[in-house]
Structures are given as C-alpha cells and as structure tokens.
Write a protein that binds this ligand. Structure first.
Ligand code: SF4
Length: 62
C-alpha cells in the first residue's frame, strides 16, 4: 500500500499526524507522508486517516 498527502489540499490540522505519527509528519504548515510504502501493521491507520481527513487530502493505493 502506498500513501501520499496532497499538499495543495491539506490544511495542516494535524489530525493524521496525531493519529498515525509513524506515517505522517508536519512539513511546514502542511502534513506529508513520512513513508511512501505503508509498513505492515499500519494499513488500518492509513485507511482511517483517509476517512478522517476533513479535506480528503490523503490518498492510498493498493
Ligand atoms: S488530516 Fe488531512 S488536512 Fe489534516 S493534516 Fe492530515 S492531510 Fe492535512
């Protein structure tokens, strides 16, 4: 599974950074994915982050 954040859409609310700190970090005032490939065991957190992002800025691909 791949994960990415659309910096054009992200508002920097930090929700994903707080809920999945292994996957996301702040880069200035927006979030970015810390990894390109989601590590084993973190897939559920990535899926939840996609659901929870208020501006749908997170994309995952299988
Ligand atoms: S939850 Fe969405 S808007 Fe909030 S920091 Fe993460 S990617 Fe950005």
């Amino acid at each position: 599974m791949k994960v990415s954040v659309n910096a054009e859409e992200c508002t920097g609310c930090e929700l994903c950074v707080n809920s999945c700190p292994d996957l996301f970090e702040l880069d200035g005032d927006v979030a970015k994915a810390k990894v390109e490939i989601v590590p084993e065991g973190a897939e559920d957190c990535a899926r939840q982050a996609v659901e929870d992002c208020p501006v749908s800025a997170i994309t995952i691909e299988d």
